[in-house]
Design a protein around this ligand. Sequence first.
Ligand code: ADP
Ligand code: MG
Length: 649
Amino acid sequence: MLDVSLLYVEDDLFIRNMLVNILSKNVREIHTAENGLEGFMMYEKLRPDIVLTDIRMPIMDGLEMAAKIKALKKDAPIIVTTAYGDTENLLRAIDIGIDSYVLKPIDKNKLLRSFKRYADEIELTKRLQEQENATVTIQALLRAAIEQSPSGILVFDAPTGNIRIANAAALSIRGETNAKLTNISMIEQPEKWNFFHADGRRYKYYELPQSLAIMNGSTVKDVEMIIKRDSGEIRWVIASAAPVMDSKNNIVASILILQDITERRSLADQLHQAQKMEAVGQLTGGIAHDFNNILTAIIGYGSLTKNNLSPDDQNRLYLDQILNAAEKASVLTKSLLAFSRKQILSPKQVNLNDIILGTERLLSRLIGEDIQLRMDLHNEDIMVFVDPGQIEQVIMNLATNARDAMPEGGTLTVATSLSPIKERGFEGVKPDKIYALLRITDTGVGMDEMTLNRIFEPFFTTKEKGKGTGLGLAMVYGIIKQHNGYIFVSSYRTKGTDFRIYIPLVSKTFTEAKDNERDENDIPYGTETVLLAEDSEDVRAITKEILLNHGYKVIEAIDGEEAIIKFKANKEDIDLLLFDVIMPKKNGKDAYEQIRKLKPDIKAIFTSGYATEILSKRNMLEEGINFLPKPVSPNILLRKIREVLDRDK
Ligand code: ADP
Ligand code: MG
């Protein structure tokens, strides 16, 4: 049985019935008509697969009908039955485009063979059509999948390297539009897509994963690359490439898949960076603290010895050298303490703009004549609670670096404004909290990634020996952190560098700690009794020595607990507590609190090598507690003691 429908047009009823009878066993569907007109109308309605028609018929003959059908459907299969020798009609049929005839009387098998030929053709066409439909669907699917993919996808023709497809994600990584970036050859214009190695080298065409796929048929997986946007911004991607083969295993294209990992990377970087800074901070903080105690002893004993020498003693010179060196060491220690956020701050409520204006003259002198200084300050006061000296230090350190980065001159801009933290993906930042933003920008040589990653580390410097200490930015970092601020930097090679510092705005007024400046030579004496608690033996000994030399009586304690015991034993005699803050067993602050319960108006001075949690809590500053940062020079100590003892409660 053939899976076709047949329209059979024949005016002779006898022949028609006979053939229908024979064919109905072999053909799925048979319709009949008596003349050309009826046949044509049925064709229009039913669209049978095959038409079989007699030629001579009333009303409309078979060939006329065939012509009309061909006009409807050019390749409609039409078979005519014709009598032997009817040449005239045969020629007409050829004109009309009929390609099949059966001679009368009809041979059933011959007829069925031509049906079969048509049936096969019809089947084939149907299958081809189905296949084509499927291909179109698959293509549409693939196109949609590529276009919608969140990963960047690029398809390159082989062997030309011409970019055939770049999906939206790929274009957005590159930060450009379609027109510029497709239909260009990667061989001729490899720079168009700006691929760089992780170390900053530009990719050569033959190094690119997609080129390897085209040239060697190799598959490349998970390479970290950089794509640079025209703005200079860089995006980190993980790239994989594979060749595309045709059925004969020829490489016809390669496909490159890009995953943008810039944000993820910067978060991981920040975490890593923060951990590193924390660890280095701990270490330097610890060293600096112990170092301070040692310096206190050196400066103390040195000063005492100097005081004991006669004015014309030769050794005075040597002692001055020792004290100078110790002074330098103490400056170094201070920067380390600044970095490790262990400095004692004297914060005040101030207008940030005033601090900056106060540094203007110093700044212009520092940067020299070739560099232009631009001040772009917010037009209203920006009130912050900071240690002005420390913020000045920050500005000076940044300006010094900017100067070094602009040996040929340029512009240094110092700007202030109010702004939320705009840098994205930074943890622990409230998105809409407004900060004071201090921005210091230069037009200097800029930095590469490798340098950028390390600039805040203490002792990291790219400057030659003697020129850089590598402590400038470490201090800046520590100071800003200690002020609960944030610091960000962006820098582009040859374009310049932009430091952005966010400092919390003032919400509360704090009392200012007063510093009395007095004449250097006016060293005060006293007769009062001081309870000295200090765990470092060196520092205790030298402090005791200084106090005794200046008339005071001293009771010593080696930790907080002993201080309480000694106080209880000498309650009436003791006029002043001189406590180190960090001591074993009981810290200075706790010991003081306990003693204050016994004698509420007891006076106290604290010394410390660093501001610990206990100290940095603002409540202590509010109470107007007396602090002396270590190393304490004897004169400052003696003056502070006098000042506190003479102050009425
Ligand atoms: P130092 O200035 O002693 O080298 P810093 O901690 O101040 O130490 O700076 C560390 C490094 O950071 C510098 O050696 C320099 O490579 C880089 N750097 C800092 N600021 C800038 C800047 N504005 N432009 C270019 N490079 C800078
Ligand atoms: Mg510096």
